[in-house]
Design a protein around this ligand. Structure first.
Ligand SMILES: NC(=O)CC[C@H](N)C(=O)O
Length: 380
């Protein structure tokens, strides 16, 4: 529920965490109330891409960068048709945005879409709290939504957990659509939309791929009806342990040995299809400067991340799976979390992070070329 809006920046607001910690600040964006999992993102740029990433559905995002909104909001950088975060927490919002592409302020964009936020709180203390205690449920209340603390806390504690949440169907397209290849068409890819970011089909289209984006509930018949050279599984919100439908579909794709690429949620689904488990990280990886090593080349890349879950696969041995040998291809150098998987006996691989990242960095863009090579190899 949100009520009014503009000029509301001075209304009092309160952020309530499920463990009882409370931060008091001022309303930012819409005034009202909202709930979600409080998570922090360390990106210093790219807030527009972050807020419109469907993988942030039902999450209250805390920006660790202290000044947010400086470049306003433009008509080009959205990753989807709307803002998906359920709430936004910033320390010091820009009073006057300045950028040649900006058409309105970030505050106006939040107000326009009814997204409740809070500003003027100590985001460093909040981030340290989430890092020590882990991501947790939270609520933001402003204006008339503010009530006695025990009441607000009880409402936060009544919210569903992110563990066990099935959200991908809620954010995915209902209708199939096609993103045409840029220049000469070389390949057709069926992309399963579990919360796909707009930049992903674009990065494929740039490589001569015609991308058929299909709903999360697509059947194998619908996938193969487009005559795909390869199948892609996208990023998406929620707990991968709930994604039984996409795991079953991917299993069929693997049985047919069609070239396969997955990103983020898609990596977790490949993990499950291979028989590995997934688990929730304490506070996840969200930001644009995470160091990852590609173990197939030894190279280290700086990468964009947004994940709260990870695949539980052995780092130091090749695993035998229903689809032959599999190995962990990429690993996060901060904490050894599995960041990529590849099959050694058929053309399938995935990464836990974001080679498409529009706000950058672009070190991992080669992964789209790797997908193209797999499709070329299958044709040869
Ligand atoms: N960006 C994503 O695809 C996120 C995947 C999953 N929801 C997670 O949090 O780990």
């Amino acid at each position: 529920m949100t009520t009014s809006t503009r000029g509301a920046a001075k209304a009092p607001a309160v952020l309530v965490l499920e463990d009882g910690r409370i931060f008091r600040g001022r309303a930012y964006g819409a005034v009202g109330e909202t709930f979600g999992e409080a998570v922090f993102s360390t990106g210093m740029t790219g807030y527009q891409e972050t807020l419109t990433d469907p993988s942030y559905d039902r999450q209250i995002v805390v920006a660790t960068a202290p000044q947010i909104g400086n470049t306003g909001w433009n008509d080009e950088d959205d990753e989807s048709g709307r803002i998906w975060v359920s709430g936004y927490v910033v320390r010091d919002p820009a009073r006057v945005p300045s950028n040649w592409r900006s058409t309105r302020s970030l505050d106006d964009a939040l107000v326009g879409q009814g997204v409740v936020g809070i500003c003027g709180i100590d985001t460093r203390a909040l981030t340290r709290h989430l890092r020590e205690r882990g991501s947790m449920r939270a609520g933001i209340f402003s204006g008339e939504a503010i009530a006695a603390e025990p009441e607000l806390l009880a409402r936060v504690q009544a919210q569903p957990h992110m563990k066990g949440a099935s959200l991908y169907e809620e954010v995915a397209t209902r209708e199939a659509y096609v993103v045409p290849a840029v220049g000469e068409k070389r390949f057709t890819v069926a992309a399963i939309d579990l919360g796909i970011k707009g930049m992903t089909p674009h990065r494929m289209a740039e490589r001569g791929i015609e991308v058929h984006v299909l709903p999360a509930t697509a059947t194998a018949d619908e996938v193969y009806a487009v005559g795909p050279d390869g199948v892609f599984f996208s990023n998406g919100p929620g707990d991968p342990a709930t994604a039984d439908g996409p795991v079953a579909l991917m299993t069929e794709v693997l049985e047919r040995r069609t070239p396969l690429f997955g990103i983020c949620f898609g990596n977790q689904i490949l993990g499950r299809a291979l028989g590995f488990g997934t688990y929730k990280l304490k506070y996840g990886h969200r930001g644009i400067n995470q160091p990852v090593q590609d173990r197939t080349t030894g190279k280290v890349e700086v990468t964009a991340h947004n994940h709260g879950f990870a695949v539980d696969a052995p780092l130091d041995k090749v695993s035998d799976t229903a689809f032959g040998r599999a190995e962990v291809s990429h690993v996060c150098l901060n904490d050894d979390v599995v960041e990529g998987l590849q099959l050694l006996d058929q053309p399938a691989f995935s990464v836990q992070y974001h080679p498409e990242a529009a706000a950058g960095p672009h070190d991992a863009a080669y992964l789209f070329d790797r997908f193209v090579s797999l499709m070329e190899g299958q044709r040869a």
